[in-house]
Ligand binder design. Structure first.
Ligand SMILES: Nc1ncnc2c1ncn2[C@@H]1O[C@H](COP(=O)(O)OP(=O)(O)O)[C@@H](O)[C@H]1O
Ligand SMILES: [Mg+2]
Length: 288
């Protein structure tokens, strides 16, 4: 009989490591684990995409292997590189000892510099592979990734194919700066992480910053919710809410108003035009 997925247990597991997920996210994570499918999480910056992978690794007592994507990242950055200086030293040593060094020797596993994906394949289910901000990489890289994710295997021409002993949990994140390739998306389970509701935001603030009082946490949660409604270029996420609450606590205030709010606004609003807008539309927070 198939064991039913216990999303609540997963939620509690994540919570034990200070990550507060809603039930939908816990179900998605549980399905990714049970079906051995990569989980693609999208959402605005700061909603906890990267942290989800970190926390999942802690919860599973697995190694977190993080591949941070950027424009121009290629297979060598992600998979492996031959350690050229070591190969050279070995070749010289062979020459000096007048041992006929064979070229094949130079392509032995000890000269291989492991990059995140190769490491994840070797570790298998002892690892959580985080492919962070995949939307920053180029489309060719997505195609390459698709191959690896399909077989949980990598082929190194000089050595052969290395297959994961058991599939690692793979979490991809995207800030949605561009659409991802259809084929990649289809291979993954998908979850959109929304901003938390007010209750959860308060809980997140208080979990991550226990020094913040309940009243202030509520006041900050309310203020960031209003900021998100202003159509800012960089709306604050939970990460900013946490910083803001911490900053106001440090200034000894108990809510988002007056001097403390104005002095700390830079923890939550990080764009000049956005600041002007807040000044206009939320004068209670940012008095003129
Ligand atoms: N659901 C959550 N539970 C606990 N902390 C959270 C949650 N969401 C966000 N955070 C906090 O916000 C920070 C930023 O989250 P992060 O994962 O870096 O965001 P993203 O990758 O989506 O931009 C985390 O380090 C954590 O402190
Ligand atoms: Mg992130």
């Amino acid at each position: 009989m198939v064991k039913p997925l216990d999303a609540d247990a997963l939620r509690v597991g994540l919570e034990r490591h200070s990550y507060l997920a809603d039930r939908g996210l816990a179900v998605s994570l549980g399905l990714a684990m049970a079906l051995h499918r990569p989980l693609l999480v999208e959402g605005e910056p700061g909603v906890g995409k990267t942290e989800l992978a970190r926390t999942a690794a802690k919860m599973l007592s697995a190694e977190l292997i993080r591949l941070t994507c950027y424009e121009g990242i290629d297979a060598a950055n992600a998979l492996y590189e031959w350690n050229y200086p070591r190969q050279l030293l070995h070749a010289r040593a062979a020459q000096d000892g007048n041992v006929p060094g064979r070229v094949a020797e130079l392509y032995a596993p000890e000269f291989l510099s492991e990059r995140p994906i190769l490491r994840a394949v070797r570790q298998g289910s002892k690892a959580v592979l985080l492919v962070d901000e995949i939307d920053r990489a180029d489309e060719e890289f997505e195609a390459f990734l698709l191959e690896v994710l399909a077989d949980h295997a990598v082929t190194i021409p000089e050595i052969g194919t290395i297959t994961a002993p058991s599939p690692p949990l793979v979490i991809l994140t995207s800030n949605r700066t561009r659409e991802l390739h259809d084929a990649l998306v289809r291979r993954c389970l998908y979850h959109w992480i929304d901003y938390p509701d007010a209750e959860r935001e308060v809980a997140i603030i208080r979990t991550r910053a226990p020094e913040v009082g309940d009243g202030l946490a509520r006041s900050v949660a309310d203020a960031v919710r209003r900021l998100r409604g202003l159509d800012l270029t960089k709306p604050p996420g939970p990460a900013e809410a946490i910083d803001w609450a911490r900053a106001i606590t440090l200034l000894g205030a108990d809510g988002v108003y007056g001097e403390a709010a104005a002095a700390t606004i830079g923890t939550a609003v990080k764009n000049r035009d956005d600041l002007d807008r807040v000044r206009r539309e939320m004068p209670d927070v940012l008095g003129a």
